[in-house]
Design a protein around this ligand. Structure first.
Ligand SMILES: Nc1ncnc2c1ncn2[C@@H]1O[C@H](COP(=O)(O)OP(=O)(O)OP(=O)(O)O)[C@@H](O)[C@H]1O
Length: 715
């Protein structure tokens, strides 16, 4: 039993939050109720705290949650830091093995594991075959200390010879592992310091209490207040809702000029976008003169918008109240359609294949010859990628238009002949009252440019920016005046799966010359899965959504798990039978399994087969379909965007199925450049689907992988 004063300051470490996610929901609820009581009346709750005897840190306390479970906390003065939750014996063992220290360099509380335990795996393999150079030989001790390596751990760090050993060393905490994996992945000392939040940190001594509240500590520690505790008791809170990595926090909070955040799959781009929305909305609510002003959160697909809306309802319900929401979440096409409908726009916007539109093109090809050497597919592609994407309305504009990335060069004469076709198509679309999404974006922009309408948005946040085309980005630019906190865009060009592309600068969005805003740490996927997913993209040049190319330098995950399993079958039926056997090895009561296919037909084929084996998966199609609860989910790779599962199985990746056969038909593509574009999108699709896996990835194929698509890069 411990005496507590009336001014107890409670805080929680992320490790406690993560441990809470593993205990039964009832224990979690009990835990939060108890913490709430201790927060409200510390003086009356001292008997909940027990000193942990036998450990190396005298400040460790245990808290009784119920008969079977204990929480562990660290007490110093009036501060009580909650650090762990587990079953009774395991909780005590955890506490006895650790001691906390206040580190002046990172200005945070660090936990050091005593590695003398017999059960503990040795950090470094004891027998070295041949002496190998240390991985960190190029850095001095002082430099390593400056990025968060603790002095005591220098010998361990000096003995590391390869990247994979870094995360296997139990003495090294997350801060040290992040810094060291960053250096090993090619980041500079400054880039690492920036990433872990030390870029502007002063180098003065800090107290325990200051360390709990420092900038870097906020990645791990949250000082709890009444509002937090109420939210914890009422709603289950996942770690991302509370803790932001220093780089994520830097991006999510504070005043900013137009910002583009890039980052690989699973690095928390959507998390940052949502926290940014909350931060901006809170600023609006604090200022009564801004009543009625709003934050728009938008993205390309309806499904993702719906997911973000749900998550924001949980993160900050006060900003999404039905009566007067400060945050509005809508996919861009839906917003455009609604805006135009309200202004009696007399055309129908058509998405994808449309019967009348197809008939118009057929008519045009009957009337006008296709210029020599070009195909119909080329002509239609040119319309989408150049005429509509750039918004060209006059012949002279087309004569002058840049056609970067389009394979076949076009003479002036050819452009003239093509323009006759486009003019006809446009006139017929007007007659039929049809418009394409790009026309819709332009129509909204024209209304806004006329100046009589003021939109309610002070800030616009865009997720999955890589899937927005030029007209969409230009519209977003026009929807909010250029000033502080105007546009905040996040995206990853590796995940571009639709045939659209835009450079921010070319669309008048000025993000150049700003500090690099790149998220590199993957919080979803194991390093093994991440590497496999990246290998799919090898040799592919990826742009940075602006004027340059993207580098994969520094991307990494600290989580480890089994290598992706590549399951080769001799026939389709064998592939399906193997899938069933694999599913039997998974605990479907607790795990989510996403089975992804390229086409809906393949998805339905699997559904039929599983049904014949008395297995009932859920098909994910619409935005409302639930991907969170345990069990088997069947979905297309396109639908998998933005989702995540404990295990993912990519089906039918053999050359006979993927890429689809039509890709090899001689008139499928106007030229090699267009075909390579499509192959790139297919590689991106595999990359997207593979990176949905948290812990297990299985790749299934009949025969072998397509040489054309992967060129031996994956096995
Ligand atoms: N600070 C954090 N703390 C804990 N978990 C986090 C944090 N940031 C992100 N995550 C988790 O990492 C996963 C990926 O996050 P998110 O979906 O935001 O990434 P993303 O970059 O948008 O991914 P993608 O581009 O692949 O869709 C999610 O499960 C999220 O909860």
């Amino acid at each position: 039993m411990t005496n507590l004063s009336e001014t107890l300051n409670l805080s929680i470490d992320i490790s406690c939050n993560l441990a809470l996610e593993k205990v039964p929901a009832s224990v979690r609820k009990q835990f939060w109720k108890l913490v709430q009581k201790m927060h409200a009346h510390p003086e009356a709750n001292g008997n909940n705290l027990e000193r942990v005897k036998g450990g190396s840190d005298k400040r460790m306390r245990s808290i009784r949650i119920d008969q079977g479970y204990r929480a562990i906390a660290l007490q110093e003065g009036d501060d009580l830091l909650l650090v762990h939750v587990d079953e009774h014996d395991k909780a005590y063992a955890w506490a006895e093995r650790r001691r906390a220290l206040v580190d002046d360099i990172t200005r945070s509380v660090r936990f050091v594991v005593a590695v003398s335990e017999e059960t503990e795996a040795p950090a470094i393999p004891p027998v070295k075959q041949e002496p190998r150079p240390g991985l960190f030989d190029a850095w001095t001790d002082d430099e390593l200390i400056s990025v968060g390596v603790l002095m005591d751990h220098l010998p361990t760090v000096r003995a590391i010879v390869d990247e994979d050993t870094i995360t296997a060393a139990p003495e090294l905490d997350e801060v040290a592992q992040l810094s060291l994996t960053g250096l090993a992945a090619g980041l500079t000392l400054d880039e690492v310091r920036d990433e872990i939040g030390l870029a502007d940190a002063p180098t003065t001594t800090v107290t325990f209490s200051e360390a709990l509240r420092s900038n870097i500590a906020q990645r791990r520690i949250r000082v709890l207040d009444d509002k937090d505790l109420e939210a914890f008791v009422e709603r289950d809170m996942a770690a991302w809702r509370i803790f932001l990595h220093p780089m994520q926090r830097r991006l999510a909070e504070g005043r900013k000029s137009t910002t583009l955040v890039r980052g690989g799959a699973g690095t928390g781009k959507t998390v940052v976008a949502m926290h940014r929305a909350r931060w901006l909305a809170d600023q609006i609510r604090k200022d009564s003169s801004r009543k009625g002003r709003k934050v728009l959160v938008t993205t390309f697909t309806r499904n993702l918008a719906s997911d973000i809306r749900e998550n924001l309802r949980n993160l900050c319900p006060e900003n999404l109240s039905k009566a007067g929401p400060v945050i509005e979440v809508m996919n861009l096409d839906a917003w455009v359609s609604e805006f135009l409908r309200a202004r009696n726009f007399e055309k129908t916007i058509v998405f994808g294949d449309h019967k009348t539109l197809k008939a118009i093109w057929d008519e045009a090809f009957d009337r006008f010859p296709v210029p020599e050497g070009l195909s119909r597919a080329f002509v239609m592609d040119e319309w989408r990628q150049i005429i509509q994407a750039q918004g060209l309305e006059q012949k002279n504009e087309y004569f002058r238009a840049q056609r970067i990335g389009r394979g076949s060069p076009l003479s002036r004469q050819m452009r003239k002949e093509l323009w006759a076709i486009y003019e006809y198509v446009r006139a017929r679309m007007v007659e039929e009252g049809l418009a394409e999404p790009d026309d819709g974006y332009r129509a909204v922009r024209a209304i806004l440019d006329a100046g009589s309408i003021t939109l309610p948005f002070d800030h616009i946040i865009v997720d999955e920016t890589q899937d927005m085309g030029e007209q969409a980005i230009r519209l977003l630019r026009a929807m909010v005046p250029e000033r502080e906190n105007d546009l905040f865009l996040v995206g990853d060009a590796h995940q571009r799966i639709y045939p659209r592309k835009a450079s921010m600068a070319a669309c008048g969005v000025n993000v150049r010359g700003r500090r690099s805003n790149i998220l590199r740490i993957n919080y979803r996927t194991t390093e093994e899965i991440r590497r496999w997913a990246v290998s799919v993209m090898t040799r592919q040049v990826v742009d940075d959504m602006n004027e340059s190319t993207e580098s994969a330098k520094g991307y990494r995950s600290l989580m480890h798990g089994p290598e992706p399993l590549v399951a080769e079958a001799v026939s389709k039926s064998d592939e399906l039978a193997q899938l069933v056997e694999w599913l039997k090895t998974i605990d479907l009561e607790t795990c989510t399994v996403g089975i992804c296919t390229h086409t809906r037909r393949q998805r339905d084929l699997i559904n039929d087969h599983l049904a014949s084996q008395a297995i009932k998966p859920e098909i994910l199609e619409r935005e409302s379909d639930d991907s969170y609860h345990s069990g088997i989910k069947l979905l297309t790779m396109h639908r998998s965007k933005g989702l995540e599962f404990d295990a993912v199985c990519l089906m039918f990746l053999g050359a006979q199925d993927f890429p689809p056969h039509w890709l090899f038909m001689s008139d499928a593509f106007p030229d090699d450049a267009a075909r390579e574009d499509e192959l790139q999108r297919l590689r991106s699709l595999i990359h997207v689907a593979a990176t949905r896996a948290r812990g297990v990835l299985r790749v299934s194929l009949t025969g072998h992988f397509s040489k054309e698509l992967f060129d031996g890069t994956i096995t």
